[in-house]
Design a protein around this ligand. Structure first.
Ligand SMILES: *Cc1c(COP(=O)(O)O)cnc(C)c1O
Length: 394
């Protein structure tokens, strides 16, 4: 049966398949962890954002169960009507204290947090200076705001200065950057951006999705990493990555957080975080505050993996974080490499155009505190075999 209203979609999908750009979605039959059951096969996992192994941590699971006994499952309302429970406020206070800011507010996801905060702070007479490699959710938040969007070259403070000088006739201004750029693993030059923002009296916002629970003392994030407390106006974060759950947050000065409770549209018009999510996030904060052990292990695992990959002759780009790109060049080679890894028992994603520029295709290795020494050694041996087989290393 052909439906003329949707025929174009079938054509588009056929075209994606013909170009090798159709995303096939792998399915897990196990919890998150160092090892996964993926499409029925047991593999070593280097694809998840489960940096600290919290996604299936017994303390988080237990906290979620206990909270459901007391509070049920769903919030049944948006935050401003009947969806704010004690638990939400407790999590927000704990997050603010953890990050060393006046206040914090939670959202359903990091994506929602960006859609909330950007249009709440700037509107159609205003201007946003946005790093050209910012995450899709920042781009969408910028578009929703209807502000003028001025892109500056990736991590290029000089270009930012020029763009600021060349942009006149604005109302309010904000500079927005990712904290960690997730395709290359590089960290934003936040001290330079903070200096520029202060000099020109421009708001500064960082989206620390891949830095939350990873960078800074015990995972307190990029602002702590650079010791820029008080110099960054808005910290967006996610609890969907290192925190191992799902949820978003915005942390900063009290007036900004108060304003988001009045004008953040996903806060006003989409239901609150669920009970088990909030309780598990509280347990994640407990764990992070109690010990830096998981964060330390994440970094030492990543350093070990990267050092051995480099020694074998792999190019790991210019990462500064536990994200390790293995640069391969053309997309078909990266696809083939990922498939051969998978056949040999390692699950690591190939990433190509349009997510990264043409000719910059890669395998992206996500390190985790969950990997044992033996897991890392097994993975390195498999990378070595596939690398030699495909002529990437000698
Ligand atoms: C992953 C990510 C998000 C989205 O976070 P979710 O909680 O999964 O919605 C937002 N911004 C950046 C920079 C990210 O890397």
């Amino acid at each position: 049966m052909t439906d003329t209203k949707t025929a174009w979609i079938a054509d588009e999908i056929a075209s994606l398949k013909a170009q090798g750009l159709f995303t096939t979605i792998r399915t897990l039959g196990s919890p998150q962890g160092a090892w996964l059951d993926v499409d029925g096969k047991r593999v070593l996992n280097f694809s998840s954002n489960n940096y600290l192994g919290l996604a299936n941590h017994p303390r988080l699971v237990e906290a979620a169960k206990l909270a459901m006994d007391d509070f049920g499952v769903g919030p049944a309302a948006v935050r401003t009507i009947a969806g704010t429970m004690n638990l939400h406020l407790e999590l927000e206070q704990r997050l603010a204290a953890f990050k060393g800011v006046e206040a914090a507010v939670t959202f359903q996801s990091g994506f929602s947090a960006n859609l909330a905060v950007i249009p709440a702070l700037v509107g159609k007479d205003d201007v946003i200076f946005s790093d050209e490699l910012n995450h899709a959710s920042i781009i969408d938040g910028c578009r929703l705001s209807r502000a003028q969007i001025v892109r500056f070259r990736h991590s290029d403070p000089d270009d930012l200065k020029q763009q600021i000088a060349a942009t006149t006739g604005y109302g309010r201004r904000i500079i927005i950057t990712d904290g960690v750029f997730s395709m290359d693993g590089d960290i934003a030059l936040l001290p330079a951006l903070a200096e520029i923002a202060a000099l020109h009296d421009i708001l500064l916002m960082v989206d620390d999705a891949h830095g939350e629970g990873v960078l800074g003392k015990g995972g307190r994030g990029i602002v702590d990493h650079f010791d820029l407390h008080g110099q960054v106006d808005v910290e967006v974060g996610t609890m969907s990555k290192a925190f191992g759950v799902v949820g978003g947050m915005v942390a900063g000065a009290q007036p900004i957080i108060d304003w988001l409770r009045q004008r953040g549209r996903p806060f006003l018009f989409s239901s609150a975080m669920t009970v088990p999510d909030v309780a598990a996030c509280l347990a994640a904060v407990d764990l992070l505050e109690a010990s830096t052990e998981l964060v330390d292990r994440l970094w030492s695992n990543a350093a070990y993996f990267k050092q051995h990959m480099n020694a074998m002759g792999f190019n790991t780009g210019h990462t500064e974080t536990p994200i390790v790109p293995v640069m391969l060049g053309e997309a078909p080679l990266a696809q083939q490499f990922s498939q051969r890894l998978f056949d040999a028992g390692v699950f690591a994603m190939a990433i190509g155009f349009p997510t990264v520029p043409r000719g910059k295709a890669r395998i992206r290795v996500m390190n985790s505190a969950t990997h044992s020494q033996d897991d890392l050694d097994q993975a390195l041996a498999i990378f070595a075999n596939v690398g030699r087989e495909l002529g990437v290393i000698e």
